[in-house]
Design a protein around this ligand. Structure first.
Ligand code: ATP
Ligand code: MG
Length: 417
């Protein structure tokens, strides 16, 4: 997503209804005299902000140093003046953003060139204020930070359940989309699927959702600006009631996902859903590792094949070495057949733990669900549906008395025709 369009979207939104019980603390970096004066007058005239300190140079050594000069607890807002030295200002903004992701970084400058604004946003700034700084402009920016702080204080609610294949094609997207639609439809649970594939994710296709604008990594890149309104523009809605945040269509511009940003994004999402199911690409990328550290349970989806089972063992050993508690791992055996070449007992011996869940092998039905784009309607009487309904109950969902069903859009609809 072009950061300008995102910023415009935010700036065009009505001001949040913000009343802070406590003023937001502000630290300034290299602000010119006039800006500092406006800030002081603003702080005196409205009890929304409290000026904490002003740094007269850009401190850009490292993240640890930023933690020191930001103070404890870190401020809610850090305003960095970009006019004295843009390069050092951008570095300072980056240091603040990594040292304290909770701190909103505002850039201020007299230069409104779009590429400079984009550059500042990429350094982690959530607002770009123009000089001379007007009270209205400042008030709007402060109100957005206040609104987000209020949202962060809402209690954590969702179970975050991650699903990763032992290798490609084990059935992760099939299980996640059907389970998600089931939780939303038959159990009336507020459910979100996040497609964490770095590119070419299938979840949107399996759900027949072809109309969406943005993908998950754009959301992560903008997580410090995240509020309900912004989230809405990232959600695709399925007829079962399920929400989806899709993966990128293909590899677009290089991404810069800061450490901690995925966890932070899920903290925010978690306050809005009962269940969040994560469709992960196989492998142990940095993003996957952060997700695994942050989720409540990791489901390693496998099939009864030597190469897949060997990968389950490798994954579990590796993650254990990374100090991720063993209780977090669940092994899901997909395409299960009673008379398989490798018995369930042999599998459990190999992987060194119980198989948490077995999903029956039912190719024709699963393919029908994928082609129809509506897992619940297509599979109403199948073994897989019954099985996943039981899984949903095991996960703690209780059946709702009525579930709504809408017509599937069909195979051609998936292709946008
Ligand atoms: N329970 C099942 N019974 C029979 N076939 C299944 C089952 N689950 C999935 N499949 C089939 O396996 C194939 C791969 O499924 P799916 O795309 O869900 O796997 P994946 O793990 O998401 O793959 P990828 O690694 O490409 O993301 C599909 O053709 C699907 O129909
Ligand atoms: Mg998949």
């Amino acid at each position: 997503m072009n950061p300008m369009s995102l910023r415009d979207a935010i700036n065009n939104s009505p001001r949040e209804n913000y009343s802070a019980s406590e003023p937001l603390s502000v630290v300034g970096v290299c602000l010119d005299e006039e800006t500092w004066l406006v800030l002081k007058q603003f702080a005196e005239s409205a009890p929304l902000v409290r000026l904490r300190s002003h740094l007269s140079e850009y401190r850009v050594q490292d993240t640890d140093a930023a933690t020191d000069w930001l103070g404890t607890p870190p401020p809610d807002i850090c305003i960095v003046d970009f006019d004295r030295d843009r390069r050092r200002a951008a570095l300072a903004a980056e240091c603040v953003h990594s040292a304290s992701p909770e701190t909103a970084v505002f850039a201020i400058s007299s230069d409104a060139q779009p590429d400079l604004i984009i550059q500042a946003m990429r350094s982690g700034c959530s607002e770009y204020l123009l000089k001379p700084m007007g009270k209205e402009q400042l008030l709007n920016a402060v109100a957005r930070v206040g609104g987000r702080r209020k949202e962060r204080l809402q209690p954590f609610k969702a179970q975050v359940l991650a699903f990763m294949g032992a290798k490609g094609g084990c059935g992760v997207t099939s299980v996640v989309t059907q389970l998600g639609a089931m939780l939303a439809n038959s159990f009336s649970k507020k459910t979100l699927i996040v497609d964490l594939h770095p590119d070419f994710g299938d979840a949107a296709l399996y759900l027949g959702l072809t109309k969406y604008r943005y993908h998950f990594f754009e959301l992560v890149e903008n997580n410090d600006r995240l509020d309900s309104e912004l989230l809405q523009s990232f959600l695709a809605h399925h007829s079962s009631g399920l929400d989806l945040i899709p993966a990128p269509e293909g590899s677009d511009t290089p991404r810069r996902i800061l450490p901690g940003a995925i966890a932070q994004t899920f903290d925010f999402l978690g306050t809005r859903y009962d269940f969040i199911l994560v469709d992960m690409a196989p492998g142990l990328s940095d993003e996957n590792l952060e997700m695994i550290r942050h989720c409540d349970q990791l489901h390693v989806v496998t099939v009864s094949e030597v190469s897949a089972l060997r990968n389950v063992v490798r994954h579990l050993d590796y993650l254990t070495k990374k100090e991720i508690p063993r209780e977090r791992f669940r092994v899901v055996l997909n395409r299960h057949q009673k008379r398989a070449l490798i018995s369930d007992g042999e599998i459990e011996k190999t992987i060194g733990q119980r198989i948490y869940w077995k999903v029956p092998n039912q190719y024709a039905h699963v393919v029908k669900a994928i082609n129809g784009g509506d897992p619940v309607a297509q599979l109403s009487s199948s073994d897989v549906t019954r099985n996943l309904r039981d899984l949903a109950s095991t996960l703690g969902a209780k059946t709702a008395t009525s579930g709504k069903k809408k017509e599937s859009s069909g195979f051609l609809g998936l292709l946008g025709r």
